[in-house]
Design a protein around this ligand. Structure first.
Ligand code: DMJ
Length: 633
């Protein structure tokens, strides 16, 4: 036999076909049959090899886009070419010479990668399943060992911002404390269920009792729920659970995975979650992991404008946009929701990382509004659709919070926020016939009288931005926040389950109710409760605690199952079906805001902490801490 390499392919039957067996004197016919069998085996092995090799090839679908003339924006930002450093940071715009050079070296790299992959495939196919398994195990342990040996990359020593009010928050009154304990118990149920059935997966399927992952994290298993939940666990005093999560992160969280992830989601959940866990606990590992991950996201910024791609492959660094986005655009709420986390990364590492706001400031805006879509290649707006809900929301939120986080020194951010909100009030905010204030959506010159659950966060944002608003309009913005909170509460109160629908209308006699079946679901979202909490902090009106408690009870009654908490498909049905997903933001945001609502104000005081859009608290960077930085970022 000249094909020992193919032996494992035929598995356990092969030993009877050893060379010795083939030279047995008796039965020529049997021998011929064996020969035929061997030939057949070789042939089938060869076909399997080719077929297998095909799957081992690196995904070149994105690279093919070179042929469409988009090479300048598809070159992974692995190393910046000499002299091409963007004045504001690491975002690089290539010249034509650099394009060609990059194009050729990238092609060579792809070719070499393909050859290497083919070779690896061939070698892999020679091995038995057990051998492969053992090999994978050895490789895994080696990587871990190396990581341990290398130790974390040393980061420059920077003064730790003053961390205040991260524990306790005992509300004093026994009935409020009881409610807070109930929220803590719900957190424990959500965490324990994930721990038991979905550990290491991104999310949990609480009915199927197994792990769950969505396309925002590619096909990875990066433990999104663990990272997202850490700071909530810490604040709630669930320290054993926190330790458990920390241990998993230390041992398993690895970002060199071949997964195409959403830059926005990874930033707000992972980088935000890791940074918050670092500031709360002081454990270096979280800071190191946050910085490692940010490095993996940087290739997404390699576009002619510096506006990042929506998605990036963590391993190859190749980026692209969502197929559904208008004219190949990046999304306002996605590229506009990186600032807070990256300012902190800048602070911790000393490397400036991005400049997006500058580009936006130069652009014309229809009616002073920011459209949701912006093409990262041309720097032009896509479809003129403006929303304070999905696709736009956290862009506005981060302008305000950038100002707060900078100890109110980033006045450019504050001014941009004020101007944007003024335009939003003029064109998007209306009162319904029944007297409910709502925020509609602007689509090509027409106001759609529909508001999303996501938009409800704006009540809290208006209240948070009241102090410092121009022309002494603080009272006005606090009032606006209260009106939005009221409208969103109505959207809950007008359902059977007392849980809010995904979107609700103010049209043709409808007041804060969903019409279409695909707008009637509730997926454990936090925005309404988030607004209750901010309104509570600024007014101490007990109705906000009352409304928060109504929501908590409804969640416990209709979304709780033995394997965790699930979203429901129709909040107007007394017998709803489950969507079987326990979203990671349920632990990061919904339960955290509820817990804070029933805590005293000295837990996470808003003078010292700014919550990112996934409810991960980041400390205010006091002026005194930034001697080398001037004014805004
Ligand atoms: C969260 O991931 C964040 O709040 C984000 O800004 C928008 N939506 C979800 C929760 O609804």
């Amino acid at each position: 036999m000249t094909t020992p390499a193919l032996l494992p392919l035929s598995g356990r039957r092969i030993p009877t076909l050893s060379p010795g067996a083939a030279s047995f004197p008796h039965h020529r016919a049997t021998l011929r049959l064996s020969e035929k069998f061997i030939l057949l085996l070789i042939l089938s092995a060869f076909i399997t090899l080719c077929f297998g090799a095909f799957f081992f090839l690196p995904d070149n679908s994105k690279h093919k886009r070179f042929d469409l003339g988009l090479e300048d924006v598809l070159i992974p930002h692995i190393e910046a070419p000499k002299g091409a450093k963007h004045p504001g940071g690491q975002v690089v715009i290539h010249g034509q010479g650099d394009h060609d050079e990059h194009r050729h070296s990238l092609r060579d790299k792809i070719r070499a990668d393909h050859e290497r992959a083919l070779q690896e495939a061939k070698e892999k196919l020679r091995k038995s399943r057990d051998e492969l398994r053992a090999e994978i195990q050895t490789e895994k342990s080696k990587v871990l060992e190396d990581l341990k040996k290398e130790g974390p990359k040393p980061l420059p020593p920077v003064p730790m911002p003053k961390v205040v009010g991260v524990n306790d928050g005992d509300p004093g009154e026994p009935d409020i404390k009881e409610k807070r304990d109930k929220i803590r118990e719900m957190m424990k149920h959500a965490w324990d269920s994930y721990r038991q059935y979905g550990w290491g997966h991104n999310e949990l399927k609480p009915l199927a009792k197994k792990g769950h992952s969505t396309n925002i994290f590619g096909n990875s298993q990066m433990g999104a729920t663990i990272v997202d939940a850490l700071d909530s666990l810490y604040m709630m005093g669930l320290h054993d659970e926190f330790k458990d999560g920390q241990e998993w992160i230390e041992q398993n969280l690895d970002f060199s995975v071949n997964a195409e992830v959403s830059v926005f989601e990874v930033n707000i959940r992972f980088i935000g979650g890791l940074l918050a866990a670092y500031y709360l606990s002081g454990q270096e590992v979280f800071k190191v992991k946050a910085v490692q991950l940010a490095e993996k996201l940087l290739p997404a910024f390699n576009t002619p404008t510096g506006i990042p791609w929506a998605m990036v492959n963590l391993k190859s660094g190749v980026g692209r946009n969502w197929g559904w986005a208008s004219a190949g655009s990046s999304i306002l709420a996605e590229f506009g929701t990186l600032h807070m986390e990256f300012v902190h990364l800048t602070y911790l590492t000393g490397n400036p990382v991005m400049h997006i706001r500058k580009l936006l400031a130069k652009m014309d805006r229809p009616n002073g509004l920011y459209p949701n879509y912006l093409n990262p290649r041309t720097g032009r707006w896509g479809q003129h659709h403006t929303s304070v809900g999905g696709l736009g929301d956290s862009f506005y939120e981060y302008l305000l919070k950038a100002w707060l986080m900078s100890d109110k020194t980033d006045t450019e951010a504050r001014k941009t926020y004020d101007d944007a909100i003024e335009a939003i009030e003029r064109h998007l905010i209306r009162k319904s016939n029944g007297g409910l204030t709502f925020i509609g959506e602007w689509k090509n010159g027409h106001l759609e009288r529909k508001m999303g659950h996501l938009t409800c966060f704006a009540g809290g944002m208006f209240a948070l931005g009241a102090d410092g608003s121009p022309d002494d309009k603080a009272g006005h913005y606090l009032q606006l926040g209260a009106e939005i909170a009221h409208t969103c509460h109505e959207s809950y109160d007008r359902t059977v389950l007392k849980l809010g629908p995904e979107a609700f209308k103010f049209d043709s006699g409808l007041e804060a109710v969903a019409v279409r079946q695909n707008e009637k679901y509730y997926i454990l979202r936090p925005e309404v409760i988030e607004t209750y909490w901010y309104m509570w902090r600024f007014t101490h009106d007990p109705k906000y605690r009352q409304w928060g408690w109504e929501a908590a009870q409804a969640i416990d009654k209709y979304c709780r199952v033995s394997g965790g908490f699930s979203g429901v498909k129709d909040v107007y049905s007394s017998n709803p079906t489950y969507d079987d997903v326990q979203q990671s933001f349920f632990l990061a945001e919904t339960l955290k805001y509820l817990y804070l609502l029933f805590s005293s104000d000295d837990l996470m005081p808003l003078e010292s902490w700014v919550f990112n859009t996934e409810a991960h608290p980041l400390p205010v960077l006091r002026r005194a801490l930034r001697p080398l930085q001037s004014g805004g970022h």
